[in-house]
Structure formats: C-alpha cells, structure tokens
Design a protein around this ligand. Sequence first.
Ligand code: NAP
Length: 486
Amino acid sequence: MTNQVRGALNNADLLISKNLINGRWIGGNRAPIAVDDPFTLESFAEVPNLGENEANEAVAAAEVAFPAWAARPARERGAILRRWFELLVANRDDIARLITRENGKTYKEAQGEFDYGAGFIEFYADEATRALGEMIPAPVPGRRLYAEREPLGVAAAITPWNFPLAMLTRKVGPALAAGCTMVAKPASATPLTALAFARLGEEAGVPRGVFNIVTGSARLIGGVLTASPVVRKLSFTGSTEIGVQLYRECAGTMKKLGLELGGNAPLLVFDDADLETAVEAALVAKFRNGGQSCIAANRIYVQDGIREAFLSAFGERVGAMRAGDGFDPANDIGPLIDDAGKAKVAEHRDDALARGARLVVEGGEAQGRLFAPTLLADVPADAQIAHEETFGPLAGVIGFATLEEGLQLANATDFGLAAYLCSEDPKTIARVSRGLESGMVGINTGLISTPAAPFGGVKMSGLGKEGSHHGLEEYLNIKYLCQARL
Ligand code: NAP
C-alpha cells in the first residue's frame, strides 16, 4: 500500500463535497451524488447534484469575470497558471490518491496521469505569452493591415472519468492562458480530482468567476452550456454518441467546438518489427488504464511472418499481469469503472470466441469490477472487438499478409483518433503512417501523449486539437484590422 490507511490524503481539505461558482463553495438542495471506489465498491464521498440554476449562475459569473481576466497581461495569467502548477506538484501524492480512489487505476498510473495532467498547466503557463498577432503587407499605399488574436469569451468544458485530471487540465490550461473564463462539468463518477484541482487554483490566485466547476445532472448542466449564447466555445471529451448530440445542440448558438471522442485504434506489427519493441508498444497501448483509454490499441494486426513469435512473447507478458486493488503496487491494472464496462469486455470476448477466435491468455472476470488481462488470437475481422471500442483489458490479435491489407484493415473503421505501427523499415514506416486515417500515429511506441504535442482525431473521433500551440488557438479568435488614411 502507498499509505497506511488506504487512499487517505495528507491534506484532508482536498476531499471536497462542494462546487466552486463565482468564488464561493456551494452545496445543493437535491440528494447529492455518491462517489464510489470501483475496487471496494463503497461510496466514500459525495458531491452536489446541481442543475440548470447553478449552471446559469456559473455562466453568468464567468461572463462577468471575462473582461478583467482577458485584459490582464498574458504574463500575469501565465504566472497564476505557474503557481497553480507548483501547488499541484506540492500535492501530487494526494491528487494521485484521489484519482486511484475514484477511478480505480493503479497508483503508479495515477502518478503518471498527474505528471501528464499537471504538465498542461505548466505548458500553457508559458504558452500564454505566445498568442502572437501578424502584420499583413498592404495591397495599396496608406493602409496598415494586421490580425490580432483575442480570447473568445466564456468557454465550457465537459470531461470524462477515464483521466479525471488530464482531460480537464488539457482544457483549463489553454482556456485560461488565452484569457477565456470557464465553466467545467466533470464526469459524475470522478468529480473529486476536479474539485481538488479547483481548490488549488483558488489558492494560486485564479480570480473569482474565472474558473467555475459544477457537478450534477449532465443533461441539465449540458443543456445550459450548449444553449447559452454567452458560452462561445464548448470543449467536450467523451463518447462519440454524446459528442454528436452536443454538436447538434451547439448549432443554434454557433459555438466553436472541440470534440475529443471515441477511438478504435489499430496497432500494426510488421514482419520486420523489432519483437521486443512491438510487445512493449502493444502492452502499453492496450493495457494502460486497464484498457480504458480513448487511444487504447483496440485491434492488434500482426503480419503472418512474426505472428506466432509475437503471440508467444506478448502472451507471456499479458499472462503475468495482475488485476486488483490500484493501491497495491503488486497489481498492474485496477478495476473497470462500472459493471456495464465489465459486461462490455466480457461481451466482446464471447463474441470473438463464438466467431472462432482462440484464447491465448484466459484472464477474464474476477471479483467485483475486476477483469484480468485477456489475450485472443485468430480474431476474425468481423468480430465486435474489431469495430467497437472495448474499453477494457482484452487484446485481440488479427492476422494480415501484406502492407496493403494491413492498412485497409486498420482504416476500416468510422473512428480515427490514434494508430500505431511497429516496423524497422523506413519505407514501411513512411507509407503506413501516411496511409493511416488517424489524427495521431505512434511509431514503435505505444505512448504518445504529451502536453507539447497536438492531440485529436479525425472522422468520428472528433474535431480540433488539444495540447501544443494548436490547443491555445482553439480558445482564440483572429480579428483582422484594416487601418486607412495613414
Ligand atoms: P460520456 O458518457 O460521453 O461522458 C462524458 C462526459 O459527458 C461526462 O461528464 C458526462 O456526464 C457528460 N454527459 C453525458 N451525457 C451528457 C449530455 N446529454 N449532455 C452533456 N453532457 C453529458 O463518456 P464516458 O463514458 O465518460 O467516457 C468514455 C468515452 O470518452 C470513450 O468513448 C473514450 O474514447 C472517450 N474519450 C475520448 C478522449 C479523447 O481525447 N478523444 C479522451 C478520453 C476519453 P456524467 O458523467 O454526469 O454522465
């Protein structure tokens, strides 16, 4: 265990049961939302179950706070983000404990998420000063043409449960750096990390109303955020189904949209791949966060010449993985987030087996919401696992013969978030990475996310980018100015 009392915090003030609206911590009148520990299945905390009134209050607070925040010199906004980052780092263990407690992932992975997530606040603390304008050569004498970048106003964020810190900081960092104010709604399963993050922001000097956080009914709060003409941008990370719905709901107010949606990532292992590299890439791309990652390798395509060797080496590693309490360092993965998530993994396994797949590592259902790492071979291309996000620790290996066939199989999906390929041949790497219909490509690695890189998908995986200077751009409008009579 990482702590004597399982998951106990050093700073108990970071376990928060209220919401931050207009600089005040408030509760609600409705029965609160219970937060469960997905390993013990016990409810260990509560958060407010707020709705339309409070969401409207939060939007109004963000609107009032916007002009002053936008007018602050970028360096000052950056300095506040830098202080927020430093406070996060000072509370790294507690934030990681909250992540493990409410999400179930291992404490080591929670620390990894912390470093990645806090990294967005650090990155955008610096990036704040880089929203540069441009001078444009005038077409006629006596004129000056230029373009300025200005913050677009109030932004809204709706985030999922699988990375409770990082999916939020990826939005808050660039929004506040750009000069926008924000209203955020975290996932109901994992609101505690977000609330602790907000508390540290307050301590760092984020002014009243600049960052507001509302927990409760997704439909009611989401309805306010999408319908409000004050909210000029919605950034959503979650399922494609809800993303499509929010896209429609935002049409009436012509909001700018950032949609980070579902994935169904392929991993292609070519005959000329380095076996050990391919196994490492597959392990991390498939099993990180127990497979509950939007960029998880959902379909592992292995070329004929290397397939048996790959299955043997990968199978050995998968078979050695343990599922259990995220706070026990002996475990490699924690429980799934809920019973429906566990049932879906079992359904994908059963469907593949019924279609003729072979069980290489049995894994499967264990106590509570645990599902032990499982490996299938000879998965037919029409199996459910090849078309839908499994979102769990089930890996399915599918064969292919030629580069063209591999590419065709990899692209045979409505999704296009991440893709991975393993090869030592520069020509194969160049042809395949160009041919893949995805927003991101991991080459000889399963670990691609970092605050400095542009994260985002194509096709049904969404719109826009998060991270890098492109992430800042998402919260800025370009205003063109044309001055005559010079
Ligand atoms: P989800 O059900 O779509 O929920 C995501 C968020 O949307 C939650 O805060 C949820 O609130 C809220 N929500 C649900 N219904 C809503 C509605 N009608 N109006 C407004 N908000 C609504 O997704 P999830 O199951 O939490 O997350 C898993 C999905 O996220 C996977 O598909 C995964 O691939 C995707 N994901 C994508 C990325 C990426 O960057 N592309 C990253 C991580 C995850 P409640 O929790 O209160 O229901």
